[in-house]
Design a protein around this ligand. Sequence first.
Ligand code: AGP
Length: 605
Amino acid sequence: MCGITGFTGSQPALPFLLQGLSRLEYRGYDSAGITLVNGKALRTWKTKGRLAQLEELLSKDLAESCGIGHTRWATHGVPSNMNAHPHMNEEETISVVHNGIVENYAELKEELMENGYVFHSETDSEVIVQLLDYYYNEKPVMKEALLKTVKRLTGSYAVCVTTIFEPDTIYVAKKESPMVLGQSPEGTFCASDAPALLEYTREIYPMQDGQIAILNADRIDLFDLKGKRQELKWIHFPYDIQSAQKGGYDSYMMKEIHEQPSAIRETLRGRFHGNKTVMPVIDQLDADWDSITNTYFIACGTAYHACIYAEILYRRYTGKMSSVIPASEFRYSNPSLNEHTLCIFVSQSGETADTLAALRLAKSKGCITISVVNVLGSSISRQTDAVLYTAAGPEIAVASTKAYTTQLVLLHVLVLKLAELYGIRVRGISRLIRDLRHLPEITEEVLAKEPQMKELAKMLKDQKDAYFIGRQLDYPTALEGALKLKEISYVHADAYYAGELKHGPIALIEENTVVTAMATQPEIAAKTISNIKETVARGARVILITDPFMSAQEFEYVVRIPDISPELAAVPCAVLLQLFAYYGAMEKGCDIDKPRNLAKSVTVE
Ligand code: AGP
């Protein structure tokens, strides 16, 4: 997710560009840049780092009245000055900012290089400005050049273009990435999200996929991809800036819970070709896969729960020896490490000190190291032999939600890829890939159960304790559900293997104790149900989360996930338990985004 702003009008553009970008920093902030244009020159300033570093490059008296700006959340190419946007053509007559992922950038880049184009960045976005240059040189009409360019792109884009040839005009195109337009007596605006506009206008127009817009000082013209004019209907934006940055939700956590369908979609984008997984960075590893003798999954907190999920699948799909160890324990647990050991590190921030320390030990022993990380260019991502990025976008709330579900899906694909490399054909692979592709829609369906989870969370109001239970793949779900609840509502919550209750923990169950039980794994459902009944017999109030087919008439509170492969049930279950924890915390009046005692990234051991 990146932040884009654009302005053309009767005032200097710079104040809006910078103010707008500062309102959008929650969308990503590893580098920033702007282009200003007038009849004589098109000038670009850009730098790695936060918006403040960009502002240090700019003198305040820059008076150009047309320009575009960008804050970057890197997806291709680590944060650097060269990879920062805007990107210009060689002659520096055209400048572009982009938010999204150009899936086919490699082939476009090759085609352009064969036509003599020279590239300066590692980004996918640079192909856009070079394509524009190519088509504009063919026929110097920017609207047509833009239409031809975007028709060549597969993937997602929100693009703004300025050019010295039309110094008062901004061209905009949109597909899947957000772009809103605005207008005021001072001029016309575009931005990735409404917060950037609200100090200038509350009349906005959210562009639709497949539209292009031409912004001039006193008008905006809208077209479809055939170049046919479209009507622009302004809407009044109801929220103030703070709530707009949260997408209209009360908290970043709720916004991020609802971003999960798109986060999962972006994370899985381009990851399959038929029934094969697509992970070039893993294919390119110099590893003798047949000689792998053991595998470790290593992480902290929520990422550790994702590792437990992945390790169960890894053993199930590959039959290989494997372990999952909290990073804070790893280097003290005398692990057996050598060049035949595969170590997989998972981290949202990519900066967790315990995970970094574990990585250093694994590297010192010659292990093959792979990381699954959400922040491009972070320490862990730079130090492993291969890195796979979740595409969750910045996760602001301390309690991890979209990072977790994107870790689950990307780790699932990684385990399938490893099985392929071991020469193992995973049973049900077609069904698994079909359901992985369907996960964004499944997640949308589960989010519609928010009212039910809000109602059930009322059961937590007077509770000091809550328990989560499950077996096999339901166990990491129980762990993550307990962590979510305890870290934002401060309710003491614990997770147990359902089969372990009778070996001690069931002593804790008393009248009205709330037990949330997962039973989504058909091969052990009967046993799980009997474990759950043991708690009911001791007075527990059970919330059963299960699949559409499980017989559950004896349970009072049942939440059913959509029909999906049991190997993927952890994703919809996680979303339900995030909502449960959220409303449990609301019941107690807790600070959702910044819980007491916690930090978003634990960079101390
Ligand atoms: C999750 O809700 C917590 N914020 C915490 O457990 C977190 O998952 C853990 O600190 C690991 O962080 P990382 O993924 O950035 O390494």
